[in-house]
Design a binder for this molecule. Structure first.
Ligand SMILES: NC(=O)C1=CN([C@@H]2O[C@H](COP(=O)(O)OP(=O)(O)OC[C@H]3O[C@@H](n4cnc5c(N)ncnc54)[C@H](OP(=O)(O)O)[C@@H]3O)[C@@H](O)[C@H]2O)C=CC1
Ligand SMILES: O=C1OC[C@@H](O)[C@H](O)[C@H]1O
Length: 303
C-alpha cells in the first residue's frame, strides 16, 4: 500500500524553502515506492508570504493552501504531519500546538530552548502515539563502538541584533544554532564531554563569528573504523568511511513513514528522547557559562 504523507509547512523562511523543494522530489528516485509526500498547506504569520512561498517554491503543484496563521494550519484536517521551520524560541509552542491538534511533527533544530520543553514534547507525542522528530541527520553504526568524536560547525554571519541568530528573544546563539551553545548571545562555544559508559570523549566547537575549515568538520572514531565529514556539517555532500577491521554490523534502515502508516510510530532513526538528552547537555553548557534566556522563552506549558 502506498502511504501518502500530507504535509503542512509552518513558516516561510530560508530552511522552509529548502525543505519544500526537497519534499517535491519523487521518492522513487531514492528507491522508495511505498511512501509519497505531498504538500497540502503552508502557513505564515502573513497570508501574502504563504502565497508567495507557494508560488516561488511549489513547482506548480496544485491545491496547496496558504494560511495567514499557524493555528489555521494546525486545524486543517487534511494535514497529517507538520514541518516546523520557525526560530528556536517558537519550536516548543508550535510543535506542542501541532501535536495537540493530532498532527505528527518534524521540527527544526535546535529542538527546543531547554530540556524540560523537549521532554514535555517527547512525552506528549509518545502518549498520544504521534510521530515527533527533530530535523537532524542521523548516523549509522558502521564504525563499531564510538570512542571519540570531534565536530565543528561555524559560519561567519554579520552581527545583527535584529536577526534570529543574535536575538536572545528568538533563541539566538551559536550553541542552539550551530552547536548541533552572546549582544547577549554566545558567538562561539567549545564543549568537551566525557561519557561514563563506554569511555567516549567528544569535543564540539561552534561559532556564528568565524567559518569552519573545509577539510574535516566531523570525525567519528570507533573501534572498527572512522567517519570523516568534510564541509558542511549541516548539509554534507560527501563523507569518508575508513574501516579498520573486517567484521562490522550495520543496522537495517527504518523508514519512519512506514511506521506512521502502520501506526507503530517507533522512531528508531532519531527519537525525540535523544533530542531531549541533547537539550540537557545544552542546558548544562549554558549553566556553566551563566547564559540564561529570557524567561518568556524558557517556559513549559504542562497540561
Ligand atoms: N537543518 C538545517 O540544516 C538548518 C536548520 N535551520 C533551523 O531552522 C530554523 C529557521 O531558520 P531559518 O529558516 O534560517 O530562519 P529564517 O529567519 O529564514 O525563517 C524563520 C521563519 O520563522 C517565522 N517566524 C515566526 N516567528 C518569527 C519571529 N518572531 N521572528 C522572525 N521569524 C519568525 C517566519 O516565517 P513567517 O513570516 O512565514 O511566519 C520566518 O520566515 C531555526 O531553528 C534554524 O536553527 C536553519 C538552517 C539550516
Ligand atoms: O548550517 C547552518 O547554517 C546556517 C544556520 O542558520 C543554520 O542554522 C545552520 O544549520
Amino acid at each position: 500500500m502506498v502511504y501518502t504523507a500530507r504535509w503542512g509547512i509552518v513558516a516561510t523562511g530560508w530552511i522552509s524553502a529548502r525543505f519544500f523543494v526537497d519534499l517535491l522530489v519523487d521518492p522513487s528516485t531514492r528507491g522508495v515506492t511505498d511512501v509519497v509526500h505531498t504538500p497540502v498547506a503552508v502557513a505564515s504569520r502573513f497570508v501574502a508570504k504563504a502565497e508567495k512561498f507557494i508560488a516561488d517554491f511549489g513547482n506548480g503543484v496544485p491545491g496547496v493552501k496558504a494560511y495567514g496563521s499557524y493555528a489555521e494550519l494546525f486545524a486543517d484536517t487534511n494535514v497529517d504531519i507538520v514541518y516546523v521551520g520557525t526560530p528556536h524560541s517558537s519550536h516548543y509552542e508550535d510543535s506542542l500546538q501541532a501535536l495537540r491538534a493530532g498532527k505528527h511533527v518534524l521540527c527544526e533544530k535546535a529542538f527546543t530552548i531547554n530540556a524540560a520543553q523537549a521532554r514535555h514534547l517527547a512525552d506528549y507525542a509518545k502518549s498520544h502515539k504521534l510521530f515527533l522528530m527533530e530535523a537532524l541527520l542521523h548516523e549509522e553504526k558502521i564504525v563499531g563502538n564510538i570512542l571519540r568524536v570531534t565536530s565543528d560547525l561555524a559560519h561567519r554571519f554579520v552581527p545583527d541584533v535584529e536577526s534570529r541568530l543574535y536575538n536572545p528573544y528568538l533563541g539566538g546563539c551559536a550553541l542552539l544554532d550551530v552547536g548541533t551553545p552572546l549582544t547577549g548571545v554566545d558567538e562561539s562555544t567549545v564543549i568537551t564531554m566525557v561519557w561514563d559508559k563506554p569511555h567516549i570523549i567528544s569535543t564540539a566547537t561552534c561559532s556564528i563569528a568565524v567559518d569552519s575549515p573545509e577539510d574535516c568538520l566531523v570525525r567519528v572514531q570507533g573501534d572498527l573504523g572512522e567517519i570523516i565529514v568534510p564541509i558542511s556539517t549541516a548539509n554534507p555532500t560527501e563523507f569518508i568511511v575508513k574501516i579498520y577491521a573486517t567484521e562490522q554490523g550495520k543496522e537495517d534502515e527504518v523508514n519512519t513513514f512506514r511506521d506512521v502508516r502502520d501506526g507503530t510510530i517507533v522512531d528508531d532513526i532519531y527519537p525525540a528522547e535523544e533530542s531531549a538528552f541533547v537539550m540537557e547537555m545544552f542546558d548544562e553548557v549554558r549553566r556553566q557559562n551563566d547564559f540564561v534566556y529570557p524567561a518568556e522563552i524558557e517556559f513549559v506549558e504542562y497540561e
